[in-house]
Design a protein around this ligand. Sequence first.
Ligand code: MEV
Length: 308
Amino acid sequence: MIMQSSAPAKIILCGEHAVVYDSPAIAIPVSELKTIAKLEEADDHFKIILENTQETLTESDRHPFIYLVKEMYNSSRLPKIQISVVSTIPISSGLGSGASVASAIALLLGQVLCFDYAQINEFVFHAEKHFHGQPSGIDNTVIVYQKPVYFRRNQPMTFIEAHTTLHFLIADTGTPAPTKQAVALVRSLYEADRVGVPQILARITDLVERARIQISDGNLSELGKILTENHGQLQQLSLSTPLLDQLVNVSLEHGALGAKLSGGGMGGNMIALVQPQEIEPVRKAMLDAGAKNVYHTKLEGRINDYAH
Ligand code: MEV
């Protein structure tokens, strides 16, 4: 018996960090990058084989993926099975590689143990806490459900639908995204209230609400402006870096409709909204400016779905 599951990467479109303070945020799955998990019977004992790092985890390891599996089985004695995991998502780049691996494992065992998506999402959220401390839950939610989400902590999440297909380029700076540190930095600013953090968070909330409407209406140029404005607020929170700013600037100069850092910041990646004809010039400009990798992803729209 071989069973298989897959889980995508993710990208935050807008509202990162504010989402930790119960504001809404929008995230989309990046299906061009993914994790595949395979389950087989094992002769000897339970193991998870992480093929990318050539690591094997067993029942006695203190590791978030082992905690996840024990929680799903509700037991510390695990069956004789082997889960092999392989991922194309770059590690620590802010694209949700850890959440994607945890989701692929949980989706696989969810089939065996008959859990629904809401339960699987909860298990992955617990695993995320082992990695990130106090995550909002947006990363696991978009990855487990594999759909674009409008997410607000402690509230039922909503899937969002775009009017027309949206094209995004994601540029990876090659510098790890220290999400936990970035969240802690915003917390310290919030507590010291030096840069008017509550006001910044309120403005981000307003942008996210407007972005949701523009996505649904297919107003790409307005959406672009909102994304770029959101970058300004993240800059005020000291989350940008010279390379992230440079990637935003060159994207806009080469025709992107909007651009911003995405996720935790202080490294990691940025995202640009582009029209199809601008994909190649913007991609080239990003690489020339120092991006280590550039990925193209789409959010399929209602209109274009029927047109093709
Ligand atoms: C990380 O992808 C997004 C943050 O808002 C953290 C979180 O929501 O847990 C920075």
